[in-house]
Design a protein around this ligand. Sequence first.
Ligand code: TYD
Length: 223
Amino acid sequence: MARGFFITFEGGEGAGKSTQIRLLAEKLRAKGYKLLVTREPGGSPGAEAIRHVILSGAAEPFGPEMEALLFAAARSDHVEQVIRPAVQSGKIVLCDRFLDSSRVYQGGAGNLDPAYMQEMERVAINGMMPDMTLIFDIDPVEGLKRASSRRGAGQADRFEKEDIDIHQRRRRAFLDIAEKEPDRCIVIDASGNVDSVENLVTAAVFAGLEARTKATAGRAKGA
Ligand code: TYD
């Protein structure tokens, strides 16, 4: 059976990832693709239990290293229980946040040793690198406004509560990843309305799927 396609969605708070994942999923299903839609932290029963510990802030007093380990543990379970089986069965997997969020939120802001972060990433994903990563880029001031109007003021999670400077640094860090890994990452300008962002996402994903089909056909011919 042909291998599926693994797409991750990354970016700051309120960039509109979830809405766009929903719209893309509808479009792909209508075209007959088999899909799995998932998210991090979470996505498997073990990882959802860890999600609660992290996002409630319960792990925060133990420091950034502990939080990074918890994200990695959740990711490992999610990869092995959910993502890898789905990709191996030929599905397109749409995942809301993945390893780049750990690089940016824990690695960038937490002052953690890059070698430690890399090793943890290697163990957590165990070769399951995304085929394509869409990085939703938006000014954090706008993003946080959207995030708070979406869920009502006063209920910000552990990460939304942080300083605007930190959110600006994260934006830069996501863009740096995109620059360093242009074959995997595509920056999506998320500042426009839902329709205009949807057009950018659709164009990027369908181009990626077409390239994959051509590459697979080329390999079959050459074989
Ligand atoms: P969530 O409510 O899923 O937010 P969003 O809609 O922004 O994706 O919360 C996830 C939070 O966890 C988000 O603030 C980013 C953070 N996070 C990390 O810090 N590291 C990680 O590896 C992941 C996956 C998420």
